[in-house]
Design a protein around this ligand. Structure first.
Ligand SMILES: [Mn+2]
Length: 319
């Protein structure tokens, strides 16, 4: 529960806010929302991100305040608030050692397998981390402005995949409705999240859909390194592809394999119904995630990794 976190916020003045590498709208939305809330209380806040903000998230209010780790005065920060981060190591190499030594870490997250790495932890399975940040705003009596509402709503839309995932509850919709009442810019969020596809992205999508295979409720496809080179696309351009495959009739589990220049294979897993928890499969290969959306990074040859993961999925479907 957030009581302890509310107390920590009241008792301190200077905060850092971090999230995971490869950030999406829930990660950055949560960060900027926490900043907004703390600043409304008169606190000093630094928002830190290892990666550049993805192009399609640069519309988020307050995004220009985000700094790379080396531009942040670490000695001045009393409390680090880490949001939407299932494991502390996922803040990235530049920040991890600093945070590991830091005396006061607040961990706010909605990943079921979060190991509670903070000194104060608020880990609760909700649709998005911004759902928790919304509750934090309420607990701190910070008014929800249109800017804050937009940040919070963006996290909900992204992590529910537009209210389509099983993590949507009546509470999700109640909070979403309230955020719309408060002026969340829903259409702008949807255009930025879903209607800004690049040419490399649609070409990679076309390739993966053309080469998809389906067997016993499993659909899978692979993108060889060569295709990334040919299209000029990167991993960013394959983010929505797993959802495209999940939309195929009769599918229970999706596996998407992407060959990286590092010699590793990035595997994205999706579950369509509630019968298989794909985060378990991802964890068996050193990854993690949610029951319906998870991933892992496996060293090896594309075909070999494909065979191993498909075998694990088949076993999970039987189990
Ligand atoms: Mn999230």
């Amino acid at each position: 529960m957030p009581d302890e976190i509310v107390a920590i916020i009241h008792e301190h003045e200077r905060f850092g806010v971090a999230t995971h590498i490869g950030p999406e709208a829930d990660a950055i939305g949560s960060q900027l929302a926490v900043k907004h809330i703390l600043e409304a209380l008169g606190k000093r806040v630094w928002v830190v991100l290892r990666d550049p903000v993805p192009q399609n998230l640069r519309f988020l209010p307050g995004v220009e305040a985000i700094r790379p780790p080396h531009e942040v005065p670490h000695d001045e920060i009393e409390v680090w608030i880490v949001v939407d981060c299932g494991q502390l190591s996922r803040v990235g190499e530049a920040l991890r050692p600093l945070l590991e030594r830091h005396p006061l870490i607040v961990n706010i997250d909605h990943h079921r397998d979060n190991p509670r790495f903070g000194h104060a932890n608020w880990v609760q399975v909700t649709a998005s981390t911004t759902m928790l940040v919304h509750e934090l705003a309420k607990r701190l009596d910070v008014p929800v402005t249109p800017e804050l509402a937009t940040l919070l709503y963006a996290g909900i839309v992204a992590d529910t995949d537009s209210f389509r995932n099983a993590n949507v509850t009546p509470e999700t919709l109640r909070v979403a409705a309230e955020l719309l009442e408060r002026g969340a810019r829903a259409r702008e969020i949807n255009v930025n999240l879903y209607e800004r596809r690049s040419i490399p992205e649609i070409k990679l999508t076309g390739y993966a859909l053309w080469h998809a295979q389906i067997e016993d409720g499993i659909i899978w496809s692979a993108i060889p390194l060569e295709l990334f080179k040919q299209t000029g696309g990167g991993l960013d351009d394959t983010e929505r592809l797993a959802e495209e495959l999940r939309a195929v009739d009769g599918v229970r589990v999706v596996a998407l394999f992407k060959e990286l220049p590092t010699g590793k294979i990035k595997v994205s897993l999706r579950a369509k119904d509630g019968t298989v928890d794909v985060s378990r499969i991802a964890r068996a290969f050193g990854g993690g995630g949610h029951a319906q959306a998870a991933g892992c990074l496996i060293p090896g040859e594309l075909r070999d990794v494909e065979a191993r993961v498909l075998d694990a999925i088949k076993r999970a479907l039987k189990g």
